[in-house]
Design a protein around this ligand. Structure first.
Ligand code: OGA
Ligand code: NI
Length: 355
């Protein structure tokens, strides 16, 4: 197979503005300033995030999840009950979506975040400079009213995508609720506590990420470092690794494990748990050999819900670290600071005295 050809097809939309660039060279608007580059040789591959077998006794599982949420904010789950076939079908549907010729994907491209279904690129705003694009394409849509999005999908993949997604969403919805229950109990709360905090019609979104091979993995980033703004993320990744998690200031990579999901605590659980569980920085790096895909399911509160540290987790020794806010306020903050702020939750911290 001709790698350049595949590359040129997949990256055509990226390259529209750079048509004169040779295809084996990374276009300038993807090249990060030196301080933001990944320094891949410094990434630790020995350490990794915990792997938790959900078929063990629930007490053991609760304990392990709780520890993982405190220490890493990330873990992988195996024996989770989601049929392999369902994941496989979902991955296939995403692959076909990103493999459509760019002319057929073009109508989905939008920088308007209020559009419910869209393809877009993340970027980093560099002080005094231009926006630097991430080496990825993302496809996002809500998980409810799925029938309304059908007509927005490219015709060629429509039926396959919706069929795969409906099955996937049902399974991941169950897994997500189960995990929220286990996390609640781990915090010493009622099993349905976190689920209730998300409210009726929680903001649940699916995001498929596509990372084509990149000629210069040292100069680019698939996704720049960020924390997730929702409550809990369930991620399915293809065979190629690329996700990295920050642990005590160092980056560790998350290996691909067959039939596993990567789970992470996102900002709203950090706030609800009053900082006990961590929404940690993570990023996706690129590689020059293989394309990589992932499917993230973001479980978040209904935008009208008030979020703040849960009463039972506040006492004299643990004063509230965050103020209460409406989730829609948090979302507004996110879209106002897109490309600049990586630790959004800091905007909602209680003022500290600088002792
Ligand atoms: C995300 C994310 C990581 C990955 O979509 O928020 O962090 O490995 N994805 O694709
Ligand atoms: Ni993320």
């Amino acid at each position: 197979m001709n790698l350049d050809l595949i590359f040129s097809n997949k990256m055509k939309s990226f390259l529209l503005a750079n048509e004169s660039s040779p295809l084996s060279v990374t276009p300038n608007n993807f090249i990060l300033p030196e301080s933001k580059r990944p320094n891949l040789s410094e990434v630790k591959s020995l350490d990794s995030i915990p792997i938790i077998d959900l078929s063990y006794s629930s007490l053991e599982v609760i304990h392990k999840i709780s520890k993982a949420c405190e220490e890493f904010g990330f873990f992988q789950v195996v024996n989770h009950g989601v049929p392999e076939q369902v994941c496989h079908k979902m991955m296939k549907a995403i692959t076909n979506l990103f493999e459509l010729p760019s002319e057929e994907r073009e109508s989905l491209y939008s920088t308007d975040h209020t559009k419910s279904v869209r393809l877009f690129n993340y970027y980093l705003k560099v002080e005094g400079g231009e926006k630097v694009k991430c080496w990825s394409e993302c496809f996002i849509h809500p998980c409810y009213a799925i029938d309304d999005i059908i007509s927005l999908l490219p015709e060629k993949i429509r039926t396959q995508y919706i069929e795969a997604f409906n099955e996937y969403e049902e399974e991941i919805g169950l897994l997500g609720s189960r995990l929220l229950g286990l996390i609640s109990v781990g915090l010493g709360l009622e099993e349905d506590c976190l689920l209730k905090k998300l409210g009726e019609q929680p903001r649940q979104r699916a995001q498929a990420n596509f990372y084509p091979p990149c000629p210069d993995p040292e100069l680019t980033m698939g996704l720049t470092e960020h924390t997730d703004l929702n409550a809990l993320t369930v991620l399915l990744q293809s065979e190629v690794s690329g996700l990295q998690v920050n642990k005590d200031g160092k980056w560790i990579s998350v290996p691909f494990i067959p039939n596993a999901f990567v789970i992470n605590v996102a900002d709203q659980i950090e706030v609800l748990s009053n900082g006990r569980y961590k929404s940690v920085l993570h990023r996706a790096v690129t590689n020059n050999l293989n394309q990589r895909l992932s499917m993230a399911m973001f479980f978040g509160p209904n935008p009208n819900m008030i979020i703040g540290p849960i009463q039972e987790l506040i006492d004299e020794e643990h004063p509230p670290k965050y103020r209460n806010y409406r989730f829609s306020e948090f979302l507004r903050e996110f879209f106002n600071h897109q490309g600049t702020r990586t630790m959004l939750k800091e905007a909602f911290e209680m003022p500290h005295d600088n002792k």
